[in-house]
Design a protein around this ligand. Sequence first.
Ligand SMILES: Nc1nc2c(ncn2[C@@H]2O[C@H](COP(=O)(O)OP(=O)(O)OP(=O)(O)O)[C@@H](O)[C@H]2O)c(=O)[nH]1
Length: 325
Amino acid sequence: MSRTVEDYARGVKEGSRAWIARAITLVESSRPDHRAMAQRLLVELAPLAGRARRVGVTGVPGVGKSTFVDTLGTLLTGRGHRVAVLAVDPSSTRTGGSILGDKTRMSRLAADPAAFIRPSPTSGTLGGVAKATREAMVVVEAAGYDVVLVETVGVGQSETAVADMVDTFLLLALARTGDQLQGIKKGVLELADVIAVNKADGPHEPDARRAARELAGALRLLRSERTVPVLTCSGLEGAGMEELWRQVVAHQEAMEVSGELSARRRAQQVGWTWALVTERLLAGLRGHPEVAAIAPEVERLVQTGELTPSLAADRILDAFGHRPA
Ligand SMILES: Nc1nc2c(ncn2[C@@H]2O[C@H](COP(=O)(O)OP(=O)(O)OP(=O)(O)O)[C@@H](O)[C@H]2O)c(=O)[nH]1
């Protein structure tokens, strides 16, 4: 018997883990009939979504994201929250396997009935992966998860994609000797709402504190318009985690008071709409038979220098039938 949108909606609303997982698989699917069902499901679930704290977590591989999310998530479920962990890992589309959101690396949370972990979708472009994660967020929120942690690793534009879907963007950093900003992309620093130097434990603690001070100083020069809290924490031992969550909540409460939170979410929805338009236009262009028919020859002519890239672009857009004025 085939599943109906009503089956999915009922299962998700009841908080059934199996139905939540199936619903996310549905929104990840690129099959046209699945896509149509997924959109109907999302319309059904949307009124129940939007009440969670949405937090992005980024940091270079090795910074300890899995351990951190495991500890933070466990702290929060211990306080009665229901925590969903999602991930955006565009590299998984190439390797076919997502490390982010891997349950075996979040052993406590994986066994926690108040938590739901979903690894990154592994098909499509960053745009496609981000779309699926955004829609998965609607599913988990409708199912009653009131904290959504979205993990990402700094590949390509993935941090921007995640910052565009959360309320608070948290950057995990490591204490390094010398230039503390080395290895952290400037663009990521600009996106961060809260920064924590992780692995501040044992013999590393003084280094981590020093790194946090230096980072805070550097940020004041970089971003004079608002102060970003720079803390230290240990995902492994738990030190600093409560204070870190307090700062995340403080960031969101300040935004709620100023009206910025709803403005941010509205702007994200509009930005998201245009991202979808771009994504679909590009997919339409690539799949267009006349474009496909001339593309190899146009590319050859560009390579031999017989056609300039600009004239080549005109030809491709002509074939698509959408040459801009
Ligand atoms: N001392 C210390 N080590 C940590 C801490 N958190 C993680 N580690 C260690 O750092 C290594 C990497 O940790 P993971 O949690 O797997 O994180 P990751 O490599 O960033 O992996 P991703 O989840 O892909 O980001 C492991 O050997 C952990 O034991 C911490 O707070 N303190």
